[in-house]
Design a protein around this ligand. Structure first.
Ligand SMILES: [Zn+2]
Length: 125
C-alpha cells in the first residue's frame, strides 16, 4: 500500500484547513460551536472594551501574510494560545506567516540594538 510521508500529510491537512477557512465564514459570537472549533475561556481573555463582545470559540482563520503575501492559516489552537496564554489583545490578529514573523523579530532586535548603541555614544560624549 502507498504510504504518505508525514510532510505530505501535513501539507494536505493544511490545504484542507485553508479550503475550510476560505468558505465557511463562521460567526464566533453565536452559541453553537462548529466542528473543529475550540471553546474560548472568556475569563482569561484580555478585554479592550469591557462591553465589547467576546468570542465563544475559535475557528481556523485564513489570512494573507502582510510581508510575503503567502496564504496562511491561523489555527483555532494558535488563537487560543495567543489570546488566553500570551494575553494578546482581543482585537489583534495574525498578519504575518511564521518565517516573516521570525524576520520581523530579528529586524526589531537589530534596530533596538542600534538604538541602544546610539544612546550609549550620546552619553559617553
Ligand atoms: Zn510571509
Amino acid at each position: 500500500m502507498f504510504k504518505k510521508s508525514g510532510l505530505q500529510k501535513r501539507r494536505e491537512i493544511k490545504a484542507a484547513r485553508a479550503e475550510k477557512a476560505r468558505h465557511g465564514v463562521v460567526d464566533v459570537y453565536c452559541d453553537v460551536a462548529p466542528k473543529g472549533s475550540l471553546l474560548a475561556d472568556k475569563k482569561t481573555l484580555r478585554k479592550v472594551n469591557p462591553l465589547g463582545p467576546l468570542p465563544n470559540f475559535y475557528v481556523d482563520r485564513h489570512f494573507e501574510c502582510k510581508d510575503c503575501g503567502s496564504d496562511e492559516i491561523w489555527t483555532a489552537k494558535q488563537q487560543k494560545w495567543w489570546y488566553e496564554v500570551a494575553k494578546g489583545c482581543i482585537s489583534s490578529v495574525a498578519v504575518r506567516c511564521r518565517s516573516c514573523r521570525h524576520k520581523e523579530k530579528i529586524r526589531k532586535a537589530e534596530s533596538r540594538k542600534v538604538h541602544l548603541v546610539g544612546l550609549e555614544k550620546k552619553h559617553n560624549k
